[in-house]
Design a protein around this ligand. Sequence first.
Ligand code: AMP
Ligand code: GLY
Length: 419
Amino acid sequence: MNIMLIGGGGREHAILRSLKKNPAVETVYTLPGNGGMANESVCTGIGATDLDGIARFASEYPVDYAVVAPDDPLVLGCVDRLSEMGIPCFGPNADAAIIEGSKAFSKNLMKKYNIPTAQYEIFTELEAALEYLDTAPIPTVVKADGLALGKGVIIAQTREEAKQAVTEMMAGGKFGKSGTTVVIEEFLEGPEVSVLSFTDGTCVKPMVSSMDHKRAKDHDEGLNTGGMGTVAPNPYYTDEVAQQCMDEIFLPTIRAMKAEGRTFKGCLYFGLMLTKNGPKVIEYNCRFGDPETQVVLPLLESDLLTIMQACTNGTLEQTEVKFSEKHACCVITASAGYPEAYQKGYPITMTAEADAHTYVAGAKLQGDTLVTSGGRVTGTTAVADTLKDAITEAYRLADGVQFTDSYRRSDIGQRALQA
Ligand code: AMP
Ligand code: GLY
């Protein structure tokens, strides 16, 4: 069986390795893929948002199944397009991917169906937003409505900061069309938990919980990034909290989407905050998280392809989704300067041992040499019986990944260890 995997980051590398554990998988075509995936897949170089290119490829190559991993192609309707061509897909249609594509949509959905989330107001006029901020409780959270490469959320500590953020979004064209509508919401506090789930639109099966580390620097300082490391499971996510989330958040969300005529199939990601008033939704993503996937899939004991197909076919209820009881830690190695300006083109060396545990994100082949091409370059994952051992081992393995001006946080997993 031949699979088409849309995307080209560390998350896709983790999905690729997981899919290839199934002996029925022959060729995986990655669109675009990256230099670090070239030994394990056919990298096509076709961009993940090039829907025409993707459709053309699907009509010319023997593709039996497609996995659409990133947010942009999902929101643009990549699954709709491939499904119309008769190719079964893992991922939501565009009308369901809107749960991530529009924060105004997701906030209104949660309000309508009583799903716990931060209090909020939606604005389409700058004047009204500025007036609201004169009296809004501070700190406050300003969010661009649409996709903004993970940079569309501003936690404002002062009114001035909040006003500057909405002005830049609504009048300054920051984030383009994504920022012309903004959500201003209540600032919530508590431990954050990521829960990815498989769903066929009716049944929902959560994966093992995880914890991201979004800030660039140790002790959660520095700028927000796409994520500098992850651990799974998340120690704050107890069985009791998991049950509460299932009853109050996961099932109600799946049912709400169905009731809205927007049945969601694929991976629904719940970004949660465990507040003193119970778990609340911070955000939904219509896809696997990055770098959450790099710790979650290595703990999956069931077959990923079988589960994905069950999501597509509506048979998830009778399909086993089993995770190991072990712990995983993923340490990202980034280019110094990320998430701001950084150099590219440095050769990457990896020991064979590190290579086997490393997912490549921002790298390309120059001749036969793998060189850096992005901010987050690699993610190295270790699995062990205890969290402490997983952390130690992930750092030991990551030391086998080297390039000029590489940068890692040194405290991935420490907060979880102290929990
Ligand atoms: P996002 O880009 O949507 O993943 O949000 C980035 C980060 O902003 C989240 O991981 C949270 O840490 C934080 N955040 C988002 N919304 C809130 C909120 N209402 N209260 C506090 N922190 C928030
Ligand atoms: N790690 C957070 C995300 O994938 O959005």
